[in-house]
Design a protein. Structure first.
Length: 483
């Protein structure tokens, strides 16, 4: 093997030797990268690799800012995204740039930290290296002394992967923009459709999953169609759009108290949302869904139901729960490997006999704990106690000026909870400029109804949104309009 010195202190990549005669280029090019950036093999600072730039990974990196270590954060994208507000990008209230921040920018003042954009595809826990790939290199190794896995979660279709093609989820900025395209395109297609009988089907939106994401998305959609869009179309009435929220559980917001769940459902129904609980989705296809034997025709199905963890448990060959999350020790380490930590949605950690929920606060607190524990070990300080989660409560917003909040004995719904929700979300945005931008956008939207971004952006090479499932407009009258 040939060791490659990377333009990043903190990680040593290796790959198989390729003869120069074969035309392979040496990476990185020595004539363009300053030599001072290369790993000094005489430097014996511990190497800490963090996989994932979400809430947990970023918190871990920041907790290591004063550690005498070489910290490398690897993520498949170059940005950190504030996931709780993804639904506001999907419903045009905010732009992607208002909830996303470049990871390099967030860690620019942390001199011991390096950011690498790549995808980790495996871990060798015995030899202590990760295997990663990027656009031009495959199977590259990165050796570590400590490893923190904060790889998050993706959509779970509960064994029905065929649903994925017709029911996109909401986990990253690309998902949010795709859903925004789907929603706005539905109104554009309905405006161009000559047959009024087809308008209802085009303007039916089905959300599968009535947890916080589904409830917030349904409420935001209702406000969008009844307030913002109603004055922008001439041939259709956006207020007639049908929004259906489905969940197999007996009530919405199942993690909240029954009182708050009922308040949220009442608010949704006042906004015009049809709530179908206690029913499971049997089929999702290009023309809609089947629920309890009944077909709901829709060209806009959005999946807000379950999540599935990353394949970290398979990488580590570690014990996992039924969902595939790694079972961690009291200090968030993997059994038998005290140098490997797993945090956030990738881990399952029980406290008071119950697993912690997959929310941002859990990931932040676990990431911070793991980072501080590694820093203490590197400094030779006494070990800290086991991890304990401080539950700050749950909250969810339901449309304009209404939210539900539950924190210990406190239960609150209405406008006061909405103000609390806004304050908390502004506080946890990654940058000060985003807090100002989002606050001003919220105030402007509240007063005027005008949204931050109502653009339909189809990327080059992609099929136009709705092209495969929309009615044939040439047959339905658009051809006559353009003659």
């Amino acid at each position: 093997m040939q060791a490659l010195r990377v333009a990043a202190p903190g990680i040593l990549w290796t790959r198989s030797r390729v003869p120069k005669s074969a035309g392979a280029a040496v990476w990185p090019p020595t004539n363009t990268v300053p030599r001072s950036l290369f790993l000094d093999v005489s430097d014996h600072l511990p190497k800490v690799i963090i996989v994932g730039g979400g809430f947990g990974g970023l918190a871990a990196a920041r907790a290591l800012r004063n550690a005498r270590a070489q910290v490398t954060l690897i993520d498949r994208t170059n940005h950190h995204v504030f996931q709780p507000l993804l639904y506001q990008v999907a419903t045009s209230e905010l732009t992607p740039a208002q909830i996303g921040s470049p990871i390099r920018g967030l860690l620019r003042k942390q001199r011991n930290a390096t950011v690498i954009m790549g995808e980790v595809i495996g871990v060798d826990k015995d030899e202590k290296f990760i295997v990663a790939s990027d656009a031009d290199r495959k199977g590259v190794r990165g050796h570590y002394d400590y490893l923190i896995l904060a790889t998050g979660a993706t959509h779970s279709y509960f064994g029905h992967e065929e649903f994925k093609k017709h029911a996109p989820g909401l986990k990253n900025l690309a998902d949010a923009v795709s859903v925004r395209n789907k929603v706005l395109s539905a109104f554009e297609m309905a405006e161009a459709e000559e047959d009024p009988r087809l308008h209802r089907d085009l303007l039916t939106f089905v959300l599968v999953g009535a947890g916080p994401t589904g409830v917030e998305m349904a409420g935001a959609l209702a406000v969008l169609v009844r307030n913002t869009l109603r004055s922008e179309f001439r041939r259709i009435d956006p207020a007639l759009a049908r929004i259906v929220l489905i969940d197999h559980s007996p009530r919405v917001l199942g993690s909240f108290s029954e009182q708050l769940s009922s308040a949220a459902r009442k608010q949704l129904e006042e906004l015009g949302v049809e709530v179908l609980v206690g029913r499971s989705v049997e089929t999702v296809d290009a023309t809609g869904v089947v629920v309890g034997g009944e077909r709901i025709v829709s060209h806009s199905v959005i999946w807000t139901a379950g999540v599935a963890p990353s394949p970290a448990a398979r990488w580590l060959n570690a014990e996992s729960d039924r969902a595939g999350r790694v079972r961690v020790q009291k200090d968030l380490s993997v059994a038998g490997h005290p140098e490997i930590f797993v945090v956030g949605d990738t881990a399952t950690f029980e406290e008071n006999g119950k697993p912690l929920p997959g929310v941002a606060q859990v990931a932040i607190q676990q990431g911070r704990y793991a980072g501080r524990l590694v820093a203490s070990r590197i400094a030779g300080k006494p070990a800290t106690g086991p991890f304990h989660y401080f539950d700050k409560g749950n909250m969810a917003v339901v449309g304009k000026g209404f939210a539900v909040l539950e924190s210990g004995p406190l239960s609150l719904s209405g406008v006061l909870a909405w103000f609390a929700w806004a304050a908390v979300h502004l506080q946890f945005l990654a940058q000060s400029n985003l807090r100002v931008s989002v606050f001003l956008q919220w105030v402007w939207t509240y007063l005027t109804g005008q949204r931050g971004s109502s653009l339909i952006v189809n990327h080059y090479g992609g099929e136009p949104v709705g092209a495969s499932s929309a009615p044939n407009l040439a047959e339905s009258g658009l051809a006559e309009m353009t003659k």
